[in-house]
Design a binder for this molecule. Structure first.
Ligand code: ATP
Length: 273
């Protein structure tokens, strides 16, 4: 199971400058996570002892939930453990509970650590089902027990859950994730920022002004697109520039490519995105 988790040590940097838009989300995440991770002892006494610091990120797919959680961990020098709920499920009896124990125990060893649980709604679906198999009830109970253990010790592990289906979550999980943050689709200004970040190593246009003009043009044409959709668009666009470079005798020997507006248009017109 632990082979299937992604662990990013604190020295691997993904910081807030790798995230376009989501300004408010970044501020809230920073406040909610940085202090409890940097100074866990302040949260071990008084009324705070009883509080849980779990955070739920919810919103459409590909809007940067994982990226934000990873960046905030990295910003405050914490390790980042990324778990997909589907990885926990095993066909062997008793194996699920062991997996859950192993994950929480690893998170404690990696403290300060952000334990990111993607598709957290999957944990609860089994509770809602009429014929919940016995072994799944055990997994769920184990999960809740370990989670409560974390909360009562405040030992430098923060749980962030993510879901695209917040309405599927039941009370047991919601109670443990008292802070809920909506991660929305980006507006035009944020889309332009995301494009700029995704293409930071590429030359776009023949001047700074032209770069901005092209990125704003693309942002204007991508209403309701997520960051992940924009990434696919950028990949297709850069491929268009490369393909053109290969067939153009005047450009064949050039090592650097320049992304032009027409390369984006070709990607839009191809209909593959
Ligand atoms: P899912 O709900 O499908 O798990 P998610 O909300 O966790 O998706 P991410 O996995 O964080 O989304 O985003 C996928 C990719 O899209 C990122 O690796 C990044 O390249 C790009 N991306 C998404 N949102 C942003 C953003 N706001 N700024 C920069 N890049 C972004």
């Amino acid at each position: 199971i632990l082979k299937e988790c992604f662990i990013f040590p604190s020295d691997i940097k993904t910081n807030f400058s790798s995230i376009g838009g989501l300004k408010k989300t970044k501020v809230i995440m920073n406040e909610l996570i940085t202090l409890p991770l940097k100074r866990p002892e302040l949260f071990k006494t008084g009324i705070l002892k009883e509080t849980t610091t779990g955070i739920l990120l919810f919103g459409p797919p590909g809007t940067g939930k994982t990226l934000t959680a990873r960046a905030v961990a990295s910003q405050c020098g914490a390790n980042f453990l990324n778990i997909q709920m589907s990885n926990i499920q095993s066909k062997w009896v008793g194996e699920n509970e062991k997996n859950v124990k192993a994950i929480f125990s690893l998170a404690r060893k990696l403290a300060p650590c952000v334990l990111f649980i993607d598709e957290i709604d999957a944990l609860l679906q089994t509770r809602k089902g009429e014929f919940t198999p016995h072994y799944m009830v055990n997994t769920l109970n184990e999960f809740m027990q370990e989670w409560d253990g974390l909360n009562s010790q405040n030992d430098g592990v923060i749980v962030i859950g993510a879901t695209n289906r917040p309405f599927d979550l039941d009370e047991a999980v919601l109670r443990r994730l008292p802070r809920r943050i909506f991660v929305s689709l980006p507006d035009a200004e944020s889309r332009s920022e995301i494009l700029d970040i995704l293409l930071k190593e590429e030359t776009v246009g023949y001047s700074k002004e032209e770069r901005k003009e092209i990125l704003d043009y693309v942002a204007g044409k991508t209403n309701q697109w997520s960051g992940s959709d924009l990434k696919n668009l950028c990949i297709a666009t850069v491929m268009n520039a490369i393909k053109q470079q290969i067939i153009d005798p005047g450009k064949q020997n050039e090592v650097c490519r320049t992304i032009e507006k027409q390369h984006f248009d070709m990607a839009f017109e191809s209909g593959d995105i």
